[in-house]
Design a protein. Structure first.
Length: 316
């Protein structure tokens, strides 16, 4: 999805946020990394986890997008307003929405990037990270003693968002590895909705197809498990071989039979209403979205609890 080998950390600041106001720390100066090695370590920690993210979001507000606080603050940073002061405003906004009793204290990092590669274009970006859990590390000092420390690694970020300043609406990637009781990060702090772009269109079309085959066609006894498995394979193969998606072409080549096509179109209409999305009939296919979805398009025929057939080709 994104590539950061050529990216540059332009500005970095960190604060400590706590539900106990006395333990919060607000920083007044930027961190300056000492050399290229330090910059690469920081990029691996803060950018590498986003490589596997394929769901894209955009800022949202029920009344007016300009009332979305983080949208306004990130836009101000993009417009080169005072980075330190705006980072403090982000700190305040996060603290304001952190009302749930299960919300943990953490370190808040705010990073401005240049030259992040996304969809064949280079963009500035803003990364916001809340680190709640730290890894255990062991070091050996000069006296051959073991020193036990806690620190931040790139294995798993607790909460993060990367705002790419592409053409509006900005493209946002989100990481939230927290208790589901505290979904304030995405819903209240950032406030986003799914972006209507080729990435989500690809993912949603594959999810729609999988649900149709698994739920709708499975109700008909004449559609055997072998037929369903073959149709799953055929669907994924269509997405792998094509650069652009056309709904009519997909229905004719994959579903083939007129009665199946009709049922698919009816199912698609209901499915979109239930999921509150609208999949266009034509869009560019996202290879990364296909690769990720293909992993769950497992064509498995369960004979009983002990025997499964994995279908990798067609029904023959």
């Amino acid at each position: 999805m994104i590539e950061f080998n050529e990216s540059i950390i332009d500005k970095l600041i960190f604060h400590k946020i706590s539900t106990n106001g006395n333990l919060s720390i607000v920083n007044n100066k930027l961190y300056k990394y000492k050399n290229e090695e330090e910059e690469n370590i920081l990029k691996n920690i803060f950018l590498k986890p986003f490589i596997s993210q394929i769901t894209t979001y955009e800022f949202n507000h029920e009344i007016d997008l300009n009332l979305n606080i983080l949208f306004q603050l990130s836009k101000s940073i993009y417009d080169d307003e005072d980075f330190i002061e705006k980072s403090k405003d982000i700190f305040t906004h996060l603290k304001t929405v952190s009302k749930h009793p299960n919300i943990k204290d953490g370190d808040l990092f705010i990073v401005k990037y240049e030259d992040i590669l996304f969809n064949n274009g280079y963009y500035e970006a803003l990364g916001i990270y809340k680190i709640e859990n730290k890894e255990n590390f062991i070091e050996i000092d000069s006296n051959k003693n073991l020193i036990f420390k806690k620190g931040i690694s790139n294995k798993k970020l607790d909460k993060a968002c990367l705002i790419l300043f592409a053409n509006k609406p900005y493209t946002i990637f989100i990481i939230d590895n927290a208790n589901k009781d505290t979904e304030y990060w995405k819903d209240e702090f950032i406030n986003v909705k799914l972006k209507n772009d080729f990435i989500n269109n690809t993912t949603q079309s594959l999810q729609l197809t999988r649900d149709f085959i698994k739920e709708e066609l499975s109700q008909q006894s004449k559609n055997s498990k072998v037929d369903q498995a073959a149709l799953l394979n055929k669907s994924v193969q269509f997405f792998k071989e094509k650069d652009n998606f056309n709904m009519g072409e997909f229905a004719n080549e994959v579903m083939e039979q007129p009665e199946v096509i009709e049922r698919f179109n009816q199912y698609k209409s209901v499915w979109q209403q239930e999921h509150e999305i609208d999949i266009p009939d034509d869009f560019t296919i996202s290879d990364s979205a296909v690769k990720k979805q293909a992993r769950i398009f497992k064509s498995v025929i369960k004979l009983d609890k002990n025997f499964h057939i994995y279908v990798h080709g067609n029904s023959d």
